[in-house]
Ligand binder design. Sequence first.
Ligand code: TYD
Length: 211
Amino acid sequence: MYQRKFIVIEGLDGSGKGTQISRLAEALTNRGISLQLTAEPTLHATGGLVRDALGGITKRSAAELAGLFLADRIAHCQNPHDGIAALLESGITVVCDRYYYSSFAYQGMDLGLDWVMSANLDCPAILKPDLCIFLDVPTEVADKRISLGRTSREIFEEAETIERVRRKYFEVFGILSGTHNVKIINAARTPDEVFADVWAAASEIFDGTEK
Ligand code: TYD
């Protein structure tokens, strides 16, 4: 029996998060770890409002969007049925596709980091992950992968924005260094090579925690 962990996977759009999350889920399950995959924006009502704004269906100011992501994250953590807190409480490890590091990088660009970071980090309803894996790709690689996979782009998927987001992520990880367990992995390699590093980072937090 392993202790349950809360793992977040972050990366630019087009960084290959989906592939690595599937592989991580398979490997953890094979190791006998009970697991739930989850993602932000969520499937809760707040997540729907966020998606409408990302797709340009509803126009939202940057502050409104940050507030919606925050509300969505609180629901994500605290929902009594499928919330992250409830899952961890019942011994289930959670692997989450994006979390507050995305808010810091994307909403922090327009609003400044201070407000976005303190609103999330100081909120007692929002849980701190045990590990954040950042899949890093150069902007050109992200841009190319988005072009291959889509017919239309969301509001944060234009090339200049992608570059600004990447820089913001690195600024955020600098600020959080020493207080958050962040592993930055070069994701501009083959899926196998990337996964070797993802698995090493994930295994590290489970080692020695069997109970
Ligand atoms: P989506 O297409 O749902 O997922 P992904 O790109 O991860 O496959 O897009 C989510 C978008 O929302 C992405 O552009 C990043 C953005 N985002 C924020 O701006 N702030 C946040 O807090 C989160 C969680 C996501």
